[in-house]
Design a protein. Structure first.
Length: 195
């Protein structure tokens, strides 16, 4: 899995006034959970762009005052008016401890239903996946090679090695529906048949 390096510095004082000062300097207050103790630190907002504004899922190598820790972004808060990042929570990773991540879905192959004029409808963009960090995937590949018009692929049909999908098994990931042009053509055909 792709890894991004971000360096930060430990916050000396924690509070609203301190957080406001950090944001004024172009920094974002952050918290690292999951270890023996929480670490409050700050990073430059520009350093977060490759982590936040991407469809990819990434591990993060955090370098906080010279100490390196592997983590994932757990939560992020944006300012309601300016859309600036105002806070980020990170979760520390351990080789022997399972982690839950939202992993993007990627379709492979060509649907016969789409070739016949059907419309591909993606219902789930990311799946909630649980497993050890070493087994985590960049994307969950879903083959649509057998997807006909009116059919769908459910979560229960996807199996991953050494990973567990936490989404409801009955949830539909993708389907092929009849396009309006096909429906109109079928209606016109039925009308001509009645004449």
């Amino acid at each position: 899995m792709k890894t991004i390096s971000i360096s930060g510095s430990v916050r000396q004082s924690v509070g609203k006034r301190d957080a406001k000062e950090l944001r004024y300097e172009g920094k974002v207050p952050c918290v690292l959970y999951g270890g023996k103790e929480q670490i409050h630190f700050s990073v430059f907002e520009a350093d977060l762009k490759h982590l936040v504004y991407t469809p990819d899922v990434c591990f993060v190598d955090l370098l906080i005052d010279g100490k390196k820790v592997q983590a994932i972004m757990q939560d992020i808060q944006f300012h309601p008016l300016t859309d600036l990042i105002i806070h980020v929570d990170f979760l520390q990773l351990f080789e022997d401890k399972e982690v839950t991540m939202m992993v993007p879905v990627k379709f492979t192959g060509y649907s016969p239903g789409v070739k016949l004029g059907g419309k591909l409808i993606q219902k789930i963009k990311r799946l909630k996946v649980k497993g050890l960090p070493k087994n985590m995937l960049d994307v969950v590949e879903v083959s649509i090679d057998t997807l006909e018009i009116g059919k769908n692929i459910r979560v229960s049909e996807i199996s991953l090695t050494n990973l567990e999908i936490l989404d409801a098994k009955a949830n539909s990931i993708v389907s092929v529906e009849t396009s309006r042009a096909l429906r109109e053509a079928a209606a016109a055909e039925a009308k001509d048949a009645k004449k």
